[in-house]
Design a protein around this ligand. Structure first.
Ligand code: COA
Ligand code: ZN
Length: 314
Protein backbone atom coordinates (compact mmCIF):
# COMPACT_ATOMS: atom_id res chain seq x y z
CA UNK A 1 0.00 0.00 0.00
CA UNK A 2 1.13 3.54 -0.72
CA UNK A 3 -0.05 5.62 2.24
CA UNK A 4 0.81 9.16 3.40
CA UNK A 5 3.04 9.45 6.52
CA UNK A 6 0.61 11.76 8.30
CA UNK A 7 -3.12 12.51 8.17
CA UNK A 8 -5.33 15.20 9.72
CA UNK A 9 -8.45 14.12 11.56
CA UNK A 10 -11.34 16.46 12.28
CA UNK A 11 -13.50 15.34 15.20
CA UNK A 12 -17.20 15.84 14.40
CA UNK A 13 -18.82 13.97 17.31
CA UNK A 14 -20.08 17.02 19.15
CA UNK A 15 -21.88 18.13 15.96
CA UNK A 16 -22.70 15.14 13.74
CA UNK A 17 -22.96 12.90 16.81
CA UNK A 18 -24.75 15.01 19.38
CA UNK A 19 -27.22 16.46 16.82
CA UNK A 20 -29.23 13.22 16.76
CA UNK A 21 -29.17 12.49 20.50
CA UNK A 22 -32.81 12.57 21.62
CA UNK A 23 -32.09 13.89 25.14
CA UNK A 24 -30.67 17.42 25.28
CA UNK A 25 -27.02 17.24 26.32
CA UNK A 26 -26.34 20.02 28.82
CA UNK A 27 -24.11 22.78 27.44
CA UNK A 28 -21.42 22.26 30.11
CA UNK A 29 -21.09 18.59 29.11
CA UNK A 30 -20.71 19.50 25.42
CA UNK A 31 -17.98 21.96 26.47
CA UNK A 32 -16.30 19.30 28.60
CA UNK A 33 -16.17 16.87 25.66
CA UNK A 34 -14.69 19.50 23.32
CA UNK A 35 -12.08 20.39 25.95
CA UNK A 36 -11.15 16.72 26.42
CA UNK A 37 -10.81 16.35 22.63
CA UNK A 38 -8.54 19.42 22.59
CA UNK A 39 -6.44 17.88 25.36
CA UNK A 40 -6.16 14.68 23.30
CA UNK A 41 -4.50 16.78 20.58
CA UNK A 42 -7.20 16.79 17.88
CA UNK A 43 -5.98 19.17 15.16
CA UNK A 44 -9.55 20.13 14.22
CA UNK A 45 -12.91 19.92 15.99
CA UNK A 46 -16.30 20.63 14.41
CA UNK A 47 -17.71 21.99 17.64
CA UNK A 48 -21.36 22.62 16.77
CA UNK A 49 -23.72 23.85 14.05
CA UNK A 50 -25.46 27.18 13.58
CA UNK A 51 -28.72 25.86 12.19
CA UNK A 52 -32.37 26.52 12.98
CA UNK A 53 -32.85 25.75 16.70
CA UNK A 54 -36.30 24.27 16.09
CA UNK A 55 -35.04 22.04 13.27
CA UNK A 56 -32.11 20.66 15.30
CA UNK A 57 -32.92 21.44 18.97
CA UNK A 58 -29.75 19.74 20.25
CA UNK A 59 -27.64 22.49 18.60
CA UNK A 60 -29.64 25.38 20.04
CA UNK A 61 -26.80 26.23 22.45
CA UNK A 62 -24.19 26.72 19.69
CA UNK A 63 -23.17 30.23 20.85
CA UNK A 64 -22.81 29.14 24.48
CA UNK A 65 -20.72 26.09 23.55
CA UNK A 66 -18.38 28.18 21.39
CA UNK A 67 -18.04 30.76 24.19
CA UNK A 68 -17.34 28.11 26.83
CA UNK A 69 -14.64 25.97 25.21
CA UNK A 70 -10.93 26.32 25.88
CA UNK A 71 -8.94 27.11 22.71
CA UNK A 72 -5.84 24.96 22.41
CA UNK A 73 -3.25 26.52 20.11
CA UNK A 74 -2.91 24.19 17.14
CA UNK A 75 -6.56 23.10 17.08
CA UNK A 76 -8.94 24.56 14.50
CA UNK A 77 -12.43 25.08 15.95
CA UNK A 78 -14.90 24.85 13.11
CA UNK A 79 -18.70 25.03 12.89
CA UNK A 80 -21.30 23.85 10.40
CA UNK A 81 -23.56 26.43 8.73
CA UNK A 82 -26.34 25.97 6.14
CA UNK A 83 -26.81 29.62 5.16
CA UNK A 84 -25.63 33.21 5.67
CA UNK A 85 -27.64 33.61 8.87
CA UNK A 86 -25.70 30.67 10.29
CA UNK A 87 -22.44 32.12 8.95
CA UNK A 88 -22.99 35.45 10.72
CA UNK A 89 -23.75 33.62 13.97
CA UNK A 90 -20.68 31.36 13.61
CA UNK A 91 -18.31 34.23 12.79
CA UNK A 92 -19.66 36.25 15.75
CA UNK A 93 -19.09 33.20 17.95
CA UNK A 94 -15.43 33.06 16.88
CA UNK A 95 -15.37 29.98 14.63
CA UNK A 96 -11.92 29.53 13.04
CA UNK A 97 -13.44 27.97 9.92
CA UNK A 98 -16.93 27.48 8.49
CA UNK A 99 -18.11 24.19 7.09
CA UNK A 100 -21.07 24.52 4.80
CA UNK A 101 -23.64 21.89 3.91
CA UNK A 102 -25.32 21.08 0.62
CA UNK A 103 -26.33 17.73 -0.86
CA UNK A 104 -25.44 16.29 -4.25
CA UNK A 105 -29.02 15.00 -4.57
CA UNK A 106 -32.04 17.31 -4.74
CA UNK A 107 -34.19 15.13 -2.46
CA UNK A 108 -31.73 15.06 0.40
CA UNK A 109 -31.01 18.78 0.08
CA UNK A 110 -34.73 19.55 0.35
CA UNK A 111 -35.12 17.18 3.33
CA UNK A 112 -32.04 18.55 5.09
CA UNK A 113 -32.10 22.30 4.51
CA UNK A 114 -35.50 22.94 2.89
CA UNK A 115 -33.90 24.38 -0.26
CA UNK A 116 -33.27 23.22 -3.81
CA UNK A 117 -29.59 22.75 -4.63
CA UNK A 118 -29.68 25.97 -6.68
CA UNK A 119 -31.21 27.88 -3.74
CA UNK A 120 -28.54 26.44 -1.45
CA UNK A 121 -25.81 27.56 -3.86
CA UNK A 122 -27.19 31.12 -3.66
CA UNK A 123 -27.15 30.97 0.15
CA UNK A 124 -23.64 29.50 0.15
CA UNK A 125 -22.40 32.34 -2.04
CA UNK A 126 -23.70 34.64 0.71
CA UNK A 127 -21.88 32.47 3.30
CA UNK A 128 -18.64 32.86 1.33
CA UNK A 129 -19.12 36.64 1.36
CA UNK A 130 -19.70 36.76 5.12
CA UNK A 131 -16.67 34.52 5.69
CA UNK A 132 -14.50 36.47 3.24
CA UNK A 133 -15.25 39.76 5.02
CA UNK A 134 -14.33 38.13 8.35
CA UNK A 135 -11.22 36.45 6.96
CA UNK A 136 -12.54 33.00 7.95
CA UNK A 137 -11.91 30.11 5.54
CA UNK A 138 -14.75 27.94 4.23
CA UNK A 139 -14.73 24.21 3.63
CA UNK A 140 -17.74 23.11 1.60
CA UNK A 141 -19.18 19.72 2.48
CA UNK A 142 -21.24 17.75 -0.03
CA UNK A 143 -23.74 15.34 1.55
CA UNK A 144 -24.85 12.21 -0.34
CA UNK A 145 -21.72 12.44 -2.54
CA UNK A 146 -21.61 8.68 -2.99
CA UNK A 147 -25.32 7.89 -3.00
CA UNK A 148 -28.64 9.20 -1.70
CA UNK A 149 -31.04 7.24 0.53
CA UNK A 150 -33.96 8.56 -1.55
CA UNK A 151 -32.55 8.69 -5.10
CA UNK A 152 -29.88 5.99 -5.02
CA UNK A 153 -26.84 6.48 -7.24
CA UNK A 154 -25.46 9.99 -7.56
CA UNK A 155 -23.79 10.27 -10.99
CA UNK A 156 -20.14 11.36 -10.92
CA UNK A 157 -21.01 14.10 -13.44
CA UNK A 158 -23.41 15.60 -10.94
CA UNK A 159 -20.78 15.60 -8.19
CA UNK A 160 -18.23 17.06 -10.60
CA UNK A 161 -20.65 19.88 -11.50
CA UNK A 162 -21.33 20.68 -7.83
CA UNK A 163 -17.61 20.66 -6.95
CA UNK A 164 -17.10 23.20 -9.73
CA UNK A 165 -19.87 25.47 -8.46
CA UNK A 166 -18.51 25.33 -4.89
CA UNK A 167 -14.87 25.76 -5.95
CA UNK A 168 -15.95 28.94 -7.78
CA UNK A 169 -17.03 30.41 -4.42
CA UNK A 170 -13.39 30.53 -3.36
CA UNK A 171 -13.58 27.79 -0.73
CA UNK A 172 -10.40 26.45 0.87
CA UNK A 173 -11.52 22.86 0.63
CA UNK A 174 -14.21 20.42 -0.38
CA UNK A 175 -15.51 17.59 1.76
CA UNK A 176 -17.16 14.60 0.15
CA UNK A 177 -19.63 13.06 2.59
CA UNK A 178 -20.97 9.53 2.51
CA UNK A 179 -24.06 10.44 4.53
CA UNK A 180 -25.59 6.99 4.87
CA UNK A 181 -22.61 4.67 4.32
CA UNK A 182 -23.35 3.78 0.68
CA UNK A 183 -19.81 4.25 -0.67
CA UNK A 184 -17.43 1.36 -1.34
CA UNK A 185 -13.63 1.58 -1.59
CA UNK A 186 -13.49 1.18 -5.40
CA UNK A 187 -16.01 4.00 -5.81
CA UNK A 188 -14.14 6.23 -3.36
CA UNK A 189 -10.86 5.67 -5.24
CA UNK A 190 -12.53 6.33 -8.61
CA UNK A 191 -14.28 9.47 -7.36
CA UNK A 192 -11.20 11.15 -5.88
CA UNK A 193 -9.08 10.13 -8.88
CA UNK A 194 -11.58 11.86 -11.17
CA UNK A 195 -12.13 15.03 -9.13
CA UNK A 196 -8.99 15.88 -7.18
CA UNK A 197 -6.76 16.59 -10.21
CA UNK A 198 -9.34 19.10 -11.53
CA UNK A 199 -8.94 21.32 -8.42
CA UNK A 200 -5.47 20.49 -7.11
CA UNK A 201 -5.23 23.61 -4.97
CA UNK A 202 -8.15 22.55 -2.76
CA UNK A 203 -7.91 20.59 0.48
CA UNK A 204 -10.00 17.41 0.07
CA UNK A 205 -11.75 15.75 3.00
CA UNK A 206 -13.61 12.45 3.21
CA UNK A 207 -16.51 12.35 5.67
CA UNK A 208 -17.62 8.78 6.28
CA UNK A 209 -20.45 7.02 8.06
CA UNK A 210 -19.91 3.41 9.07
CA UNK A 211 -23.50 2.38 8.38
CA UNK A 212 -22.39 -0.64 6.38
CA UNK A 213 -18.95 -1.25 7.95
CA UNK A 214 -17.10 0.23 4.95
CA UNK A 215 -15.80 3.45 6.54
CA UNK A 216 -12.20 2.43 7.29
CA UNK A 217 -11.79 0.58 3.96
CA UNK A 218 -13.11 3.72 2.26
CA UNK A 219 -10.64 5.90 4.16
CA UNK A 220 -7.75 3.62 3.18
CA UNK A 221 -8.84 3.80 -0.46
CA UNK A 222 -8.91 7.60 -0.26
CA UNK A 223 -5.48 7.66 1.41
CA UNK A 224 -4.03 5.59 -1.40
CA UNK A 225 -5.38 8.29 -3.71
CA UNK A 226 -3.56 11.00 -1.74
CA UNK A 227 -6.39 12.27 0.49
CA UNK A 228 -5.10 13.26 3.96
CA UNK A 229 -8.09 14.88 5.71
CA UNK A 230 -10.78 12.77 7.37
CA UNK A 231 -13.74 13.42 9.65
CA UNK A 232 -14.48 11.01 12.49
CA UNK A 233 -16.69 10.84 15.60
CA UNK A 234 -15.62 9.91 19.09
CA UNK A 235 -17.07 6.51 20.01
CA UNK A 236 -18.65 6.27 16.54
CA UNK A 237 -21.45 8.72 17.39
CA UNK A 238 -23.28 10.30 14.49
CA UNK A 239 -26.08 10.32 11.97
CA UNK A 240 -28.15 12.70 9.92
CA UNK A 241 -31.63 13.45 11.30
CA UNK A 242 -32.87 13.97 7.73
CA UNK A 243 -31.47 10.82 6.08
CA UNK A 244 -33.32 7.60 6.87
CA UNK A 245 -31.02 4.75 7.86
CA UNK A 246 -28.12 7.05 8.74
CA UNK A 247 -25.88 5.89 11.60
CA UNK A 248 -22.59 6.82 13.19
CA UNK A 249 -19.46 8.24 11.61
CA UNK A 250 -16.25 6.27 11.50
CA UNK A 251 -15.17 5.99 15.13
CA UNK A 252 -12.28 8.38 15.90
CA UNK A 253 -10.41 6.15 18.32
CA UNK A 254 -10.76 3.11 16.03
CA UNK A 255 -9.46 5.14 13.08
CA UNK A 256 -6.57 6.66 15.06
CA UNK A 257 -5.70 3.20 16.39
CA UNK A 258 -5.65 1.76 12.87
CA UNK A 259 -3.46 4.62 11.58
CA UNK A 260 -1.02 4.45 14.49
CA UNK A 261 -0.75 0.65 14.14
CA UNK A 262 0.37 1.27 10.54
CA UNK A 263 2.89 3.92 11.67
CA UNK A 264 0.89 6.85 10.30
CA UNK A 265 1.02 10.00 12.44
CA UNK A 266 -2.06 11.91 13.61
CA UNK A 267 -0.68 13.98 16.50
CA UNK A 268 -3.46 12.52 18.67
CA UNK A 269 -2.98 10.84 22.07
CA UNK A 270 -4.88 7.55 21.70
CA UNK A 271 -5.13 6.84 25.45
CA UNK A 272 -6.72 10.22 26.10
CA UNK A 273 -9.05 9.67 23.17
CA UNK A 274 -10.20 6.33 24.59
CA UNK A 275 -10.78 7.98 28.00
CA UNK A 276 -12.87 10.63 26.24
CA UNK A 277 -14.89 7.96 24.44
CA UNK A 278 -15.63 6.34 27.83
CA UNK A 279 -16.79 9.69 29.15
CA UNK A 280 -19.03 10.21 26.10
CA UNK A 281 -20.58 6.78 26.64
CA UNK A 282 -21.42 7.82 30.21
CA UNK A 283 -22.90 11.10 28.96
CA UNK A 284 -25.17 9.52 26.33
CA UNK A 285 -25.96 6.61 28.65
CA UNK A 286 -25.21 3.73 26.31
CA UNK A 287 -22.38 1.75 24.76
CA UNK A 288 -21.15 3.24 21.47
CA UNK A 289 -20.08 1.26 18.37
CA UNK A 290 -16.30 1.74 18.83
CA UNK A 291 -14.29 -1.48 18.99
CA UNK A 292 -10.93 -0.46 20.47
CA UNK A 293 -12.64 0.83 23.61
CA UNK A 294 -13.67 -2.80 24.23
CA UNK A 295 -10.68 -4.73 22.88
CA UNK A 296 -7.87 -2.32 23.89
CA UNK A 297 -5.09 -1.45 21.44
CA UNK A 298 -3.51 -4.14 19.26
CA UNK A 299 -0.42 -4.35 21.50
CA UNK A 300 -2.43 -5.18 24.61
CA UNK A 301 -1.08 -8.35 26.21
CA UNK A 302 -2.74 -10.73 28.65
CA UNK A 303 -1.10 -12.68 31.51
CA UNK A 304 -0.25 -16.22 30.56
CA UNK A 305 -2.58 -18.81 32.16
CA UNK A 306 -0.78 -20.50 35.12
CA UNK A 307 -0.82 -23.91 33.42
CA UNK A 308 0.91 -22.50 30.34
CA UNK A 309 3.37 -20.47 32.46
CA UNK A 310 4.33 -23.66 34.35
CA UNK A 311 5.03 -25.54 31.12
CA UNK A 312 7.13 -22.63 29.85
CA UNK A 313 9.18 -22.73 33.07
CA UNK A 314 7.94 -19.35 34.27
N1 COA B 1 -29.88 29.87 12.47
C1 COA B 1 -30.96 30.29 13.15
N2 COA B 1 -32.11 30.67 12.58
C2 COA B 1 -32.19 30.60 11.25
C3 COA B 1 -31.10 30.16 10.47
C4 COA B 1 -29.91 29.77 11.13
N3 COA B 1 -28.84 29.32 10.47
N4 COA B 1 -31.45 30.19 9.18
C5 COA B 1 -32.70 30.66 9.12
N5 COA B 1 -33.14 30.91 10.38
C6 COA B 1 -34.47 31.46 10.76
C7 COA B 1 -34.83 32.69 9.99
O1 COA B 1 -34.31 33.82 10.62
C8 COA B 1 -36.32 32.66 10.02
O2 COA B 1 -36.75 33.09 11.31
P1 COA B 1 -38.16 33.80 11.53
O3 COA B 1 -39.19 32.77 11.17
O4 COA B 1 -38.14 34.15 12.98
O5 COA B 1 -38.15 34.97 10.59
C9 COA B 1 -36.64 31.18 9.95
O6 COA B 1 -35.44 30.51 10.36
C10 COA B 1 -37.02 30.70 8.57
O7 COA B 1 -35.99 31.05 7.64
P2 COA B 1 -35.79 30.24 6.29
O8 COA B 1 -34.63 30.79 5.57
O9 COA B 1 -37.12 30.17 5.57
O10 COA B 1 -35.36 28.85 6.84
P3 COA B 1 -36.09 27.43 6.79
O11 COA B 1 -37.19 27.39 7.80
O12 COA B 1 -36.42 27.07 5.38
O13 COA B 1 -34.90 26.50 7.32
C11 COA B 1 -32.59 25.96 7.47
C12 COA B 1 -33.72 26.39 6.57
C13 COA B 1 -31.41 25.67 6.59
C14 COA B 1 -32.26 27.08 8.43
C15 COA B 1 -33.03 24.71 8.27
O14 COA B 1 -33.60 23.76 7.40
C16 COA B 1 -31.88 24.09 9.02
O15 COA B 1 -31.43 24.65 10.02
N6 COA B 1 -31.39 22.92 8.59
C17 COA B 1 -30.23 22.29 9.20
C18 COA B 1 -30.29 20.84 8.98
C19 COA B 1 -29.15 20.15 9.68
O16 COA B 1 -28.52 20.65 10.59
N7 COA B 1 -28.89 18.93 9.23
C20 COA B 1 -27.90 18.10 9.79
C21 COA B 1 -26.53 18.50 9.45
S1 COA B 1 -26.06 18.06 7.81
ZN1 ZN C 1 -22.24 13.15 8.63
Amino acid sequence: MKLPPRVTICEVGTRDGFQIEPEFIPTELKIEVVDRLSDAGLPAIEVTSFVHPKVVPQMRDAEAVMAGIRRRPGTVYTALVPNDKGAVRAVDAGADELRTVISASESHNLANVNMTVEESLTRLAAVAEVAGRAGVPVVAGISTSFGCPFEGTVPLDRLDWLCGRLAALGVRGLGLADTTGMANPAQVARTFAALQPKWPGLEWTLHTHDTRAMAIPNILAAMEGGVTHFDASIGGLGGCPFAPGASGNVCTEDLVHCLHAMGIETGIDLDRLIDTARRVQAIVGRALPGQVIKAGPWDRRYPLPDSVAARRGG
